[in-house]
Design a protein around this ligand. Structure first.
Ligand SMILES: [Zn+2]
Length: 629
């Protein structure tokens, strides 16, 4: 779509917003390139099958280039900073690999080896990044791995650097905040398929790169598409003030649960006066609720923990670095950066509640609440990843839910039904299309997509309506300062034109293997086809031999329940197997008949009960439609 142009209305909207940008502040450019040691000669990172999972040159068209009319200059600038790839020195002894994935990996040198923080998303990108480190700093054994929090862009690449065997042998400690493993996989159990499909919109990994295409995601350029791995932590950090010395490096921890992730921690290196803030601060307004979908985060707690961070180390720290973006050097600047980030979340939280208590709804507050001028004049408080608009709606949602208390919104028709009625009310398809075209001519793309959405939901085959909707999405994307908004708009346009691009990443075998028995049972429960199952009543017992626990599972009224029990009621079929075999059965990598044949699974009772359970399971759809009904 490189021939697509920005309309005059889009260019005017961009010009109006550009006028207030702090263009004179060029500190980030200095910081994003400071301490560069070297860049990789090999620019494409491939998987075993030869597929490119990350291309360090994918955004070369942005380097030293003025923002094209098809991009918001503020987002363009953010992308230019994010493509500064290479090995960077933070301070002597602390290094970062940046530009290798959505996230950033840090390496701390100890007496005999290194500590690695947050090994990116994919084993392939992590291995390539670590190879660049080794090329410049020499072969140094990994003594410890730290995961700052439970999101996959902070652990998925771990097996590109270390092996499970090394960890099992006690050679390498894997350090993480308490609750890490549970939360790392919990997201995938309940809503994983839907979230991953929606992440394709948010990060735009399947979109073409280019001036009129994908130019970044604000937090990083996009997500790599290699092998997501996981090695379970061996050391849980549980309290603030806890101190570890690893390979001669002292680390002091601060727990920050319920901030950017449910399990997250900041930590300080006193010998370097360096603070790692995980993902609790970054060079963007972050998400209270990501547009891929998630539980709403707590900006009140987030802000509170940052106040605590400043109290703990604000008097002595000399540099702040995190697992996205570039560091901030100098005590005064670093503390002001922490404080500004903190103020931003607290302001959004408090002002949303103030206006909520004055009777405004989320959508109304999002439209009118101004940010303080001092925050507007910082780059790192701009909404490249989170946005003021969707964060305010998220805070409203956190306290009030989806319903705005207007009974007209309590029981509306669902999208397809309401679409048909709107089109009819507007005088039919041609008249409605004329309304959408007029909105296009007026540069009112928000109204254009509202009408266009109804046209397409009333008739998905209406090619004229689809084309107009796609064009309006593009203009909204071109104007967006927020990377995830731009990606979402352009993804919608792309799918209207060429159909679903599906889900660009695949499920991680390691993540599946880490499921607890409870999580496996939960994942079965959410796949039960209720109406098909509501006449089925069955009981089955699972004896998990390697955990020495028995689960009684009952399906009734379309709902699956489970509990642990010391005895199995008479007549209940019991399957005895290891946890991993249970996962194999559920994921289809293990065949029941074969497993019973070779003794992997032992059955006491009638095994056909399992067939009855499988018969009421519904498949998930990783390619479900979004912009068409
Ligand atoms: Zn992250």
């Amino acid at each position: 779509m490189t021939d697509v142009k920005a309309t005059t209305a889009t260019q005017e909207a961009i010009a109006a917003m550009t006028a207030s940008l702090p263009l004179q502040d060029r500190q980030d450019l200095e910081d994003a390139t400071r301490g560069l040691i070297g860049r990789a000669a090999r620019r494409q990172i491939t998987a075993e099958d030869g597929r490119v999972v990350w291309d360090l040159d994918a955004y070369e068209f942005m380097r030293n280039a003025e923002a094209p009319e098809t991009a918001n200059p503020s987002l363009w600038r953010q992308g230019q900073l994010l493509i500064e790839d290479g090995l960077f020195e933070v301070v002597p002894g602390i290094y970062q690999l940046r530009g290798y994935d959505l996230s950033v990996m840090s390496v701390i040198e100890g007496d005999t080896g290194v500590i690695v923080i947050d090994p990116l998303i994919s084993a392939e990108t992590a291995a390539a990044a670590f190879a660049l480190y080794t090329e410049h700093r020499g072969e140094r054994p990994v003594r410890a791995m730290i995961y700052t929090h439970s999101h996959a862009d902070h652990f998925g690449g771990v097996k590109g650097i270390i092996t499970q065997e090394q960890v099992d042998a006690g050679e390498i400690a894997v350090i993480a905040p308490e609750g890490f493993l549970h939360h790392a996989i919990a997201e995938n159990v309940f809503a994983g398929t839907a979230m991953t499909r929606r992440a394709g919109y948010m990060y735009g990994a399947a979109l073409d790169r280019g001036p009129a295409g994908q130019i970044g995601a604000g937090l990083g350029q996009t997500t790599s598409t290699g092998t997501v791995s996981l090695i379970a932590p061996t050391v849980d950090i549980v309290r603030t003030g806890e101190t570890l010395t690893v390979d001669g490096v002292e680390i002091v921890f601060q727990m920050t649960p319920g901030t950017e992730a449910p399990a997250e921690m900041n930590f300080y290196f006193p010998q370097h006066r360096a603070l790692c803030t995980a993902e609790n601060t970054s060079h963007t307004l972050h998400n209270i609720l990501t547009i891929r979908g998630a539980l709403v985060r707590d900006p009140h707690a987030w802000s509170h923990y940052l106040t605590e961070t400043i109290g703990l180390w604000g008097d002595e720290l000399e540099v702040v670095f995190a697992s996205h973006h570039w560091p901030t050097w100098g005590r005064e600047r670093a503390v002001e950066f922490l404080a500004m980030q903190r103020d931003m979340y607290q302001y959004l939280h408090d002002q949303t509640l103030r206006m909520m208590n004055q009777g405004y709804t989320g959508a109304e507050i999002a439209e009118v609440l101004p940010m303080p001028p001092a925050l507007e004049q910082q780059w790192h408080t701009h909404g490249y990843y989170g946005s003021v608009s969707h964060n305010i709606k998220a805070i409203y949602q956190r306290y009030m839910g989806w319903y705005d208390a207007n009974p007209a919104n309590l029981w509306p028709h669902p999208p397809e039904t309401v679409a048909a009625r709107y089109i009819e009310a507007m005088g039919g398809r041609d008249a409605a299309l004329a309304v959408a075209r007029r909105a296009w001519e007026d540069g009112d793309y928000r109204w254009c997509v509202e009408v266009g959405k109804h046209l397409v939901f009333a008739d998905a085959q209406d090619t004229e309506a689809r084309a107009l909707l796609a064009e309006a999405f593009e203009q909204l994307g071109f104007g967006a300062e927020n990377g995830t908004w731009r990606n979402a708009f352009l993804a919608g346009a792309a799918e209207l034109r060429t159909g679903s691009f599906g889900t660009p990443v695949s499920t991680s075998a390691d993540l599946l293997q880490a499921l607890t028995v409870e999580q496996v049972l939960d994942s079965i429960a959410v796949r039960i086809d209720g109406p098909r199952a509501w006449h089925e009543h069955l009981d089955v017992a699972w004896r998990i031999s390697d955990e020495d626990r028995t689960y009684l599972v009952e399906l009734r009224n379309g709902a699956l329940h489970y509990r642990t029990a010391s005895a199995v009621p008479e007549g209940t079929t019991t399957f005895t197997l290891e946890r991993r075999a249970l996962i194999g059965l559920v994921t289809g990598t293990l065949d029941l008949a074969e497993a019973m044949g070779d003794g992997t699974v032992a059955v006491d009772g009638d095994p056909s009960v399992l067939g009855r359970l499988v018969a009421v399971l519904a498949p998930v759809d990783p390619d479900f439609e979004i912009v068409v009904p």
